[in-house]
Design a protein around this ligand. Structure first.
Ligand code: MG
Ligand code: MG
Length: 259
């Protein structure tokens, strides 16, 4: 028996979740379009907040107060720039030429939550940064390709870890993917490295946020004084990609696919 309660959604519930995924994709697409040299991170958070209000959606972040964070997050979007990789708390900062920024966004629509992240370079890209982003996207795509019945959580983890090593980047396994549904975080946890054939057996109705985040240098992280923003310990560049996917009898559904 499984040690933890795992929620499996019916095909009808998966259909009910699609608007949430489409909304998350719409917001991330708008953020990528608006991200440019000179644009302030607080204005991008404001854009996401306006879209939440217009849609009647519910932010998963604004009241979020987990054990590792410092009180309620207070914003609706994570903006992680350059060596910042996860949980970047938006602050007054105008994006500069060549900045590598990741947007991580989760919200509920009609009671269903989806979670997705995208990394982009604003202005003139450094080729090394584009390659780092590509590695997270390839790792994500390979994990999604493994997300079908007959495989296990360890197969997703192994696909991510192997891709990181193939590209020559490092993985830190302190934070990883997770189930999503009525709330943002559920079991099982999806480590960004692991052994194939191990862990929870994937089955139809399981909805997962898979989120490889990679670092160009050290595998160690540190937290900013804001109590949220997580950076590479050595200041090296980082990137993050995430989709919410649903396992079916056949191909997985990518709930947060962007057009
Ligand atoms: Mg996320
Ligand atoms: Mg997530």
């Amino acid at each position: 028996a499984d040690a933890v309660a795992i929620e499996l959604l019916s095909p009808r519930q998966l259909d009910e979740m699609r608007p949430a995924g489409a909304f998350i994709a719409e917001v991330l697409t708008a953020l990528v379009e608006h991200a440019a040299v000179g644009v302030d991170l607080l204005d991008l958070d404001g854009l996401a907040h306006d879209m939440i209000r217009a849609r009647g959606a519910t932010s998963c972040y604004i009241d979020y107060a987990p054990s590792f964070g410092r009180g309620p997050f207070g914003k609706v979007l994570c903006t992680s720039v350059n060596d910042a990789v996860l949980h970047g708390l938006p602050h007054a900062y105008r994006l500069r030429d060549g900045d590598l920024v990741s947007f991580d966004f989760a919200a509920g629509v009609d009671g269903w939550v989806c979670d997705s992240a995208v990394s982009v370079v604003v202005g003139t890209p450094d080729q090394d940064d584009l390659r780092l982003i590509e590695a997270t996207e390839v790792a994500l795509a390979r994990a999604i390709a493994m997300a079908r019945p007959g495989n296990k959580v360890g197969d997703l983890s192994a696909a991510i870890g192997a891709t990181a090593r193939e590209y020559g980047y490092t993985v830190n396994t302190q934070f990883g993917g997770h189930a999503v549904g009525r709330t943002m975080h559920g079991d099982p946890h999806i480590s960004n490295d692991g052994r194939p054939g191990r862990g929870f057996a994937l089955r139809p109705g399981l909805v997962l946020a898979i989120e490889p985040w990679l670092m160009a240098g050290t595998d160690q992280i540190r937290m900013d004084d804001d109590g949220w923003t997580i950076r590479s310990a050595d200041g090296s560049r980082t990137a993050h990609s995430e989709h919410t996917i649903a396992i079916t009898a056949g191909e997985p559904i990518v709930m947060t696919a962007r057009g």
